[in-house]
Design a protein around this ligand. Structure first.
Ligand SMILES: NC(=O)c1ccc[n+]([C@@H]2O[C@H](COP(=O)([O-])OP(=O)(O)OC[C@H]3O[C@@H](n4cnc5c(N)ncnc54)[C@H](OP(=O)(O)O)[C@@H]3O)[C@@H](O)[C@H]2O)c1
Length: 341
């Protein structure tokens, strides 16, 4: 597929500074967890990468185990970044992570230096890259000294295999600790990647304040609660939807209490001339500390709808108050174990 990027891709002015670093991120980042795996990337998914770049999305988020099968999202992305997007490598941020299960045995997951070092090498191989822009510890490992994980992350930067370091789903307490350990090693913790959405608000308790104090940016993942923050599930579970795929979104989460929230949030969004999904993204970005909303998308139509949320980022106090009545926790945080410590 030949590709020429939109020459007006930087006219959207959608960038935000990441904490107190020198790096700007697009306010919407495209994640490749779902829809980008397989032996051959789906044509719609490949087009989504181009469409995103055409609309000023300069940041693509991956992890070692995105697929299925594990590694295939990186391999598929590697074919594109080394071919159609090769010329634009210096305009693009590529993120990857290590932490969850990737290969069998004791060195195939968690936070040891052995695993993290090998995993980054494998990711670079799959993506045909010399370095990634952001490398994350994907989850907190309660059974490995944090010093060892910090050593592994430092090594990645020292060897030029990663430019910046991030952590994902760490509690406020462990974020403070990791930030200190990285500082002692002469590197900065650039960014934290937590789950956050209108129905999963755990970071508001103390993590956001910690990030602000430490000058660490925040990229919020699953800001649409895996698609629950849309109106698609109000009537029934559509055949083509994540809740019907027997993957990461259990249909059991589509409850009566959840639907009531969505019906009410939809009314508020309509008054703002937004869809629920658009309002959910604008709402995430209302925090100064949230640098980027890390979305997934199945189609170009969904991606475009999400990117159009940037046309209306302001909320009145009245709107925020009425959203608060319905933006309440559902039990959807699959990643909570990592931030318990
Ligand atoms: N650090 C971590 O541990 C971690 C964990 C999870 C995810 N992530 C990152 O975060 C990224 C995003 O996660 P996510 O896919 O769960 O994010 P999400 O944006 O909350 O959910 C994406 C899903 O929402 C639906 N959707 C998207 N746009 C829509 C629209 N305009 N209207 C209606 N539905 C829409 C689609 O669902 P359907 O497929 O049903 O159409 C899409 O697959 C991942 O790709 C990954 O990079 C990181």
């Amino acid at each position: 597929m030949s590709y020429t990027p939109n020459p007006k891709r930087y006219s959207y002015n959608n960038f935000k500074r990441c904490g107190d670093s020198g790096l700007d991120l697009p306010q919407i980042t495209l994640g490749l967890w779902h829809n980008f795996g397989g032996k051959i990337i789906k044509s719609e998914s490949k087009k989504m990468i181009f469409r995103a770049f055409d609309r000023g999305v300069t940041h693509f988020d991956l992890a070692n185990n995105y697929g299925p099968p594990y590694g295939s999202a990186e391999s598929n992305f590697g074919k594109i970044i080394s071919h159609e997007l090769k010329k634009y490598r210096d305009e693009i941020l590529v993120s990857t992570k290590a932490g969850y299960d990737m290969w069998p045995g004791p060195y195939g997951e968690w936070g040891s230096k052995k695993y993290i070092t090998a995993s980054l090498d494998q990711s670079l191989n799959r993506m045909k890259l010399d370095y990634v822009d952001i490398f994350y510890s994907h989850r907190f490992d309660p059974n490995t000294p944090l010093e060892e994980t910090a050593d592994a992350l430092h090594r990645a930067v020292h060897q030029g295999k990663a430019l910046y370091i991030g952590i994902s789903s760490y509690s406020s307490k462990q974020t403070i600790k990791m930030n200190k350990l990285l500082k002692q090693r002469g590197i900065k913790c650039l960014i934290h990647q937590p789950s956050y959405s209108m129905i999963n608000r755990w970071i508001e308790k103390d993590l956001l304040k910690t990030l602000k104090k430490l000058g660490i940016g925040c990229i919020a993942f699953s800001p649409l609660a895996q698609g629950m923050l849309s109106d698609k599930y109000i009537k029934k579970i559509p055949t083509t939807s994540r809740a019907n795929e027997n993957s990461s979104l259990s249909p059991k989460l589509i409850t009566k209490s959840y639907k009531e929230k969505i019906i009410n949030l939809k009314k508020i969004a309509s008054k703002r001339n937004q869809t629920i999904s658009q309002m959910a993204l604008s709402w995430i970005l209302r925090h100064q500390e949230v640098t980027s909303a890390l979305i997934g998308a199945r189609t170009i139509k969904q991606l475009d709808e999400c990117l159009d949320s940037l046309n209306n980022l302001n909320f009145t106090k009245k709107e925020l108050k009425s959203i608060d009545k319905f933006a309440k926790e559902e039990d959807i945080n699959l990643w909570s174990a990592s931030s318990k410590n």
